[in-house]
Write a protein that binds this ligand. Structure first.
Ligand SMILES: Nc1nc2c(c(=O)[nH]1)N[C@H]1C(S)=C(S)[C@@H](COP(=O)(O)O)O[C@H]1N2
Ligand SMILES: [Mo]
Length: 199
């Protein structure tokens, strides 16, 4: 089925419009941050038994998974059938051993962006740290070398240019969440903004 006819059926959350383009949405600067790929590492810390810093070579030794998922931006565009390839968030967990009180994760990006997610959601089979989109290495505009992909949340939770993530016992707002976006951001429940901030 093509993308427009699919949009009439069941895969489009309320008040979204299908696009076949792949818009770039980056804030605050509008530009991709400078990232030194030479000594690039992904760091995990907080409520874990062991802090870990992975190089890209180390990450590439984890199982490389491909998933197809839809991408829903809170500004109301949706892009169907994105092919993402990368490493499941879940498969990094065995090295970290989160403590039992770890319930939330803050993802930090180069450039100062951050976003908070429930650990439960991140452990899903569909959540990846992706390095490839539709068969092409992720461009820096789209979050290369590595971005998070969380299909069950609005796309602002799919942090580009990931740098580190922190396990937390208490939820706290990331970049957009502290500016009124919803703490959870489920597109099927239209969790766009905190109700008290909606006008
Ligand atoms: N680091 C970072 N990640 C980000 C953003 C951003 O501004 N900075 N924008 C978010 C928003 S609002 C959306 S819709 C998607 C857009 O991803 P794209 O630019 O690859 O389409 O990235 C999300 N991840
Ligand atoms: Mo977005």
């Amino acid at each position: 089925m093509d993308q427009l006819s699919r949009s009439n059926v069941k895969n489009l959350p309320a008040n979204q419009i299908v696009t076949n383009k792949f818009p770039v949405m980056s804030y605050p600067s509008g530009n991709a941050p400078e990232i030194n790929l030479q000594n690039w590492k992904l760091a995990a810390y907080g409520l874990v038994e062991k802090e870990v810093h992975w190089s890209m070579d180390e990450l590439m030794k984890f199982p490389q998974i491909s998933i197809e998922s839809d991408f829903h931006c809170v500004t109301q565009w949706s892009r169907f059938d994105n092919q993402w390839k990368g490493i499941r968030f879940n498969s990094l967990i065995s090295e970290l051993k989160p403590l039992s009180n770890a319930k939330y994760v803050m993802i930090y990006s180069y450039g100062g962006y951050s976003t908070n997610l429930d650990l439960d959601i991140l452990l899903g089979d569909d959540v990846l740290f992706a390095h490839t989109h539709d068969g092409i290495p992720l461009s820096s505009d789209h979050g290369g070398p590595l971005r998070l992909v969380v299909p069950k949340r609005y796309a602002w939770k799919s942090a580009k240019w990931v740098k580190s993530f922190e396990f937390m016992a208490v939820d706290k707002p990331g970049f957009w969440e502290s500016r009124g976006y919803h703490m959870r951001g489920d597109p099927w429940l239209e969790e766009r903004y905190w109700p008290e901030l909606q006008r």
